[in-house]
Each structure stands twice: as C-alpha cells, then as structure tokens.
Design a binder for this molecule. Structure first.
Ligand SMILES: [Fe+2]
Ligand SMILES: [Fe+2]
Length: 335
C-alpha cells in the first residue's frame, strides 16, 4: 500500500512517517501531555458573580476623568459589560483559531506539524467550549464585530499556510495572549482566573509552535518569497489594528447606557492629553507593539523594506518586550 494519500487542491500530503524536526515533535509531546478537560479541571459549581469579573483597571478607557462621575457600583456594572463584550470577541477569535488549526492539519507540509496542529485543534475546541459556558453566566455572547469577522475570514481563507500561520499563530494568538495576561492580572472572579491560567498555557504553546515552524521555513525561502510574506504580514497587522479599533467603537452602546457618548469620551481623552496627562492607551497598539511586531522581527519575517513601512505607519517594530520574556518563562515552565 502506498503511504501517499490523495491530495486535492492545495492540501499537502506527506511521503513518510519519520519526523524531521525534534523541536516540533517536542511541542507535539507537550501538546498531548498538557491536554485537560474543562468538565473536570474547572470548578463550574463555584458561584460566579457576573457583575464583577474584572477590575476596572483592565480597561484603560475607564481611567479617563470623565468616568469619575460614576459611583463604584455603576463602574463595576460598566466594567462587567465591557468584559462581556471583550470575551465575546475572544470566543469568535477562538472559533477562527479552531478552523485554522484544523486547516493546518491538511495544509502544513510536514508530518510532525500536522500532528501538532491536531493537538491545537482540540485545544481550540476546548477554548470555544469554556468561553461559551462562561459567557452564558455573564449575559450571553455579543455578536462578532464585522471588521474582525472580515479579518478572520482573510486568515481562514488564506491561500498559503504560511500566511495563515502569521495571521493566526502570531497576530491573533499573540494579541490574545497579551490581553489574557492583562485580564489575568486584573481578574476578580475565581472561575475566570482559572480559565485564563489554563488558556494562557495553551496559547503560549500555540505561539511557540508558530514561531518555531515559521523560523524553520524562512531559512529556505528566496528573497522574493520573503518580501511577499513580509507584505502579507504588514497588510494583516494594519487590518488587525483597524478591526481592534472597531471593537472599541462597539463599546458605544454600553457607554450610552450609562449616559456617555463616544465623542464625549474621546474629548475627555484629548483634554487629558492636552493638560499633560497620559494618552488613552490603545489596546490594538499595545498588543501589536508589545508582542506582534517584536515576534515578527525576532523571526526575521520583516524585511528592511517592510520595517520602513511600519515606521511610516508609526508602528515601529521593537526588539525588547517584557511579555516575550514572560512567554519564554511560561514555555519553559510547562515543559
Ligand atoms: Fe485558543
Ligand atoms: Fe490558540
């Protein structure tokens, strides 16, 4: 019997069953050993207070002077609504990750990468499950923001597995990991804390796989291919930044409930800046500059030409990143 499977379209079949990359096989072993079951590994019987999942400090927006007119109880209620909005976009992203991981089983060209992607597929199914179960207790899932949906479509439908991995393993999962760290530090609610602890470990592994596999492949690419990949990374990062800002605009309906308009909030941010105070932190920019660009730079995805494009867009790639050091520690700790 032949060991070659039929491969319609752009699926990659493999011609042997011997792994060639020990690092990916080690990640696969870790992926198997660290599987967990949300039914038994999380305590779903513990009481959940949906009015207070995170401290208000999880949302830099709520630090603006305009929100000082809210009493403590209303500030908690608004924080809870923003948490529900954010976790909803996260579950939509997890659905995208589930579809991409399952596509990588078909599209990744190497035996060991296919095995690894199979473990990630199960991880992502679990993430969709647990965020769905949690959100049921917090008022339900807010619909997918259209721009974020268009971004996910672009990644899921990418015609190259390399583009798909940059879109998902580096951009979406890198930004998610950055947000999960922020929310974990600000979590008030024990079940959400346990969920984030476990999801952070899974996501660190996924980003580790993307980084390792991309680094291996880049060494074999021609200059033209590398420029093409760098352009894709640029377009994807810029599109992602726009979609994150759209999510910010989605918060308008909740702000209105508490008597604020988005324009009024933005004016408060401008006034604070003019009086020498801090600029309103932009979550999209933070995730991108703290994690995504340093990672793309470390991997060698960004060519000099594309670094210039980012510099013109005022999103300079940086090498230093405390979060990357934290991720390295997590990867070691879970080995
Ligand atoms: Fe995930
Ligand atoms: Fe993931």
């Amino acid at each position: 019997m032949s060991d070659m499977l039929p491969a319609p379209g752009n699926l990659h079949r493999w011609s042997g069953y011997e792994p060639s990359d020990p690092k990916i096989i080690a990640l696969y072993a870790k992926g198997k050993a660290l599987q967990w079951n949300a039914d038994v590994d999380l305590d779903w019987d513990q009481p959940v207070d949906p009015s207070s999942p995170l401290h208000a400090a999880a949302f830099p927006l709520l630090d603006l002077p305009i929100f000082q007119r809210l009493g403590a109880a209303d500030l908690d209620r608004l924080t809870a609504k923003l948490t529900r909005l954010t976790l909803s976009q996260i579950i939509h992203g997890e659905q995208g990750a589930l579809m991409v991981a399952s596509r990588l089983v078909s599209l990744a060209p190497d035996y060991e990468a296919k095995l690894y992607a199979a473990t990630q597929t199960v991880d992502e199914a679990r993430h969709v499950e647990i965020f769905g179960r949690y959100l049921k207790r917090c008022g339900g899932i807010v619909p997918l923001a259209p721009g974020f949906g268009a971004f996910l479509d672009k990644v899921i439908d990418a015609d190259s597995w390399l583009n798909m991995m940059i879109g998902m393993q580096i951009i979406v999962e890198g930004a998610a990991l950055s947000s999960f760290h922020t929310y974990r530090r600000r979590a008030r609610e024990p079940l959400l804390s346990s969920i984030l602890d476990r999801v952070i470990r899974d996501e660190a592994r996924h980003v580790g796989f993307g980084s390792t596999y991309l680094r291996n492949t880049l060494g074999d690419m021609s200059d033209d291919e590398r420029e093409g990949l760098a352009d894709y990374a640029y377009d994807a990062v810029m599109l992602f930044a726009r979609t994150r800002r759209e999510s910010f605009r989605q918060s308008e309906v909740f702000l209105n409930e508490f008597g604020f308009t988005l324009d009024e909030v933005l004016r408060s941010a401008a006034a604070r800046l003019e009086s020498g105070g801090a600029a309103l932190a932009d979550p999209a920019r933070d995730g991108i500059t703290e994690f995504i660009l340093p990672t793309l730079t470390r991997l060698g995805v960004l060519t000099d030409r594309v670094k210039e494009k980012f510099a013109s867009a005022r999103l300079p790639p940086i090498m230093a990143s405390s979060l990357l050091d934290e991720l390295d520690m997590l990867t070691v700790a879970s080995s």
